[in-house]
Design a protein around this ligand. Structure first.
Ligand code: MLC
Length: 499
């Protein structure tokens, strides 16, 4: 049976080939026929450069050819490895070593550097796209099984080493189909898309559901409040991270003319606070639909489209997905008890790329995935997240593990040790903050010096928004740094009312 996700998406949009697929502010729109044809040609070119199952590393700006490339990878049966455009050359080195791609497609301007960095074939997206346009159109869609890999999505790891979550055609297809139906996609729906397309949220959740529906996508390069407001009145569905919603609320211009036609505002990737939920409802009359997911699982739970959407909860397990809350040994806890969220279903990834031990540690023998998030189920099966077991910081929807930042800071001359924490931030939800102990008799280097030392090593969003010097870090009797005390101490660092 053909389980290639492209086949399913094509079946969704084939009746809409002459309709606009990607609507751009520049009016350079792409129809579904354009996406179908360009991806066919790109897939043909991919087939001349790679074998089925090879990894193709992609670090490109958000634009229509990048979307065609995603579809081409599916069609050609290669495994796309999308990378955040904020990653530095050093970070890229790690991904090249780890994923061992046979092809890299990058931004204009990065081609020469990456060719030096890697022995595999490198194209800029522009080069690849123009070369593909001269290629034959390959109608072919490579047959794939449900468990064949479609993508590897890297997520930060507790140890500072990123892990590649392997997602199969079946994983992505199950989520796309379920969410398309659960969120009530219907004829005439128009999706406002301002998310990046190198993560699960913007790439798979947003694009795949819209493709299945043959929907027009208002395709914005990034979230810029003014640009979003310019186009919002034409949209019926928006998906975003909480920062999108706090930025909309911060805009005095945001009014009924913008949201009157909006069928549903969907939010995820980071916790939506109850005040934001309430203020949004008060301002617009709309209750934001919060859902919960992660790179390893796509979407896991969602508040209902028609039932009650409750602030502070992430709703119910998606149809076909099981969710439970367990103690450390994997024993289910009663409703009302806090424990680790575990999930099982067709959406759960195939494991971490070349990390069998890590994979084994995060799965129970009977297939339950141990998410690492702490949660509690109510008696109706509604899940609320109450914190994270691990040290993870979520800044503007991006995950940052402190260890990775600490390893870089500890190399900076003058810093003896550091503790990196997340503290509340009005725009990003949480901000990365570093608390540093300086070497004896030394001062904390100037912020600009520190920033410069980190620039080569860490993507901008991982770099601390503030560095603080202390004489010592609080430790428990075992000698472990008590980050909870630091988080408490600095919780008001970015509060608008803080001194
Ligand atoms: C940008 N910066 C960030 C940042 N994004 N810093 C911390 N956290 C972030 N998320 C930096 C910039 O480099 C810049 O640095 C400064 O902060 C201000 O930039 P900006 O122009 O205001 O930021 P902007 O480009 O508007 O981006 C903010 C954002 C964006 C929140 C709109 O980060 C975003 O689109 N986030 C979405 C992430 C996402 O899609 N996550 C899904 C993961 S999938 P300087 O110092 O140079 O000025 C997943 C599964 C699931 O989690 O469930 O969905």
């Amino acid at each position: 049976m053909q389980c290639n996700l492209y086949q399913m998406l094509y079946d969704g949009f084939r009746e809409h080939l002459t309709d606009i697929a990607l609507q751009l502010p520049t009016a350079d729109d792409w129809s579904y026929a354009d996406l179908h044809q360009h991806s066919a040609r790109m897939s043909h070119l991919l087939a001349t450069q790679t074998n089925v199952g090879d990894r193709v590393l992609v670090q490109v700006d958000k634009c229509p050819p990048a979307v065609a490339l995603y579809l081409a990878c599916l069609r050609a049966g290669v495994v796309m490895v999308p990378l955040n455009t904020a990653y530095t050359a050093r970070e890229l080195d790690y991904f090249i070593d780890d994923a061992e791609p046979s092809l890299i497609i990058c931004r204009a301007g990065d081609g020469a550097r990456i060719s030096e960095q890697s022995s595999c074939t490198v194209f800029t997206l522009e080069e690849f796209h123009s070369a593909a346009l001269t290629a034959t159109e390959a109608e072919k869609i490579v047959p794939r099984n449900a468990d064949d890999l479609a993508a590897i999505v890297y997520t930060s790891g507790t140890t500072g080493r990123s892990k590649g979550a392997m997602l199969s055609h079946g994983n992505l297809a199950s989520n796309a189909k379920t969410l398309h139906s659960l969120w009530g996609f219907e004829a005439g729906d128009v999706l406002l898309h301002a998310l990046p397309i190198f993560h699960v949220h913007g790439l798979f959740i947003a694009l795949n559901t819209a493709f299945l529906n043959g929907s027009r996508i208002l395709f914005l390069e990034k979230f810029d409040t003014a640009h979003v407001l310019d186009v919002m009145s034409a949209a019926t569905v928006m998906m975003g991270v909480p920062t999108f919603y706090t930025r909309l609320l911060a805009s005095p211009d945001f009014g009924p003319a913008h949201y009157a036609h909006m069928r549903v505002f969907i939010c995820g990737s980071a916790p939506l606070t109850e005040p934001t939920f309430a203020e949004f409802e008060q301002r617009t009359g709309q209750r934001i639909l919060e859902r919960y997911g992660m790179s390893e699982a796509g979407m896991i739970t969602s508040n209902p489209l028609h039932g009650e959407r409750l602030a502070g909860t992430v709703g119910f397990a998606l149809p076909g997905v099981e969710v439970r809350v367990c103690d450390d040994s994997g024993t289910s806890l009663a409703s009302g008890e806090v424990g680790i969220v575990e999930a099982r279903g067709p959406n759960i990834f195939q494991g971490y790329w070349r990390m069998p031990d890590k994979t084994a540690a995060e799965f129970r023998e009977d297939g339950w995935f141990i998410s690492g998030d702490m949660g509690v189920l109510d008696s109706d099966g509604r899940l609320s997240l109450v914190g994270r077991e691990k040290d993870l910081i979520i800044s503007g929807g991006y995950n940052v593990y402190p260890k990775e930042v600490e390893l870089v800071l500890d190399e900076v001359p003058g810093i003896a040790e550091s503790a990196v924490i997340g503290v509340p931030h009005p725009d990003f939800g949480e901000a990365v903050v570093a608390v540093c102990v300086t070497e004896k008799g030394k001062q904390l280097p100037a912020q600009s010096t520190l920033q410069a030392s980190m620039a080569d090593h860490l993507a901008r969003f991982k770099q601390p928004k503030q560095l603080l010097a202390v004489s010592e870090l609080p430790r428990n009797t075992m000698g472990k740094v008590q980050k909870n005390l630091l988080r408490e101490q600095y919780r008001d660092l970015f509060s608008p009312t803080a001194d």
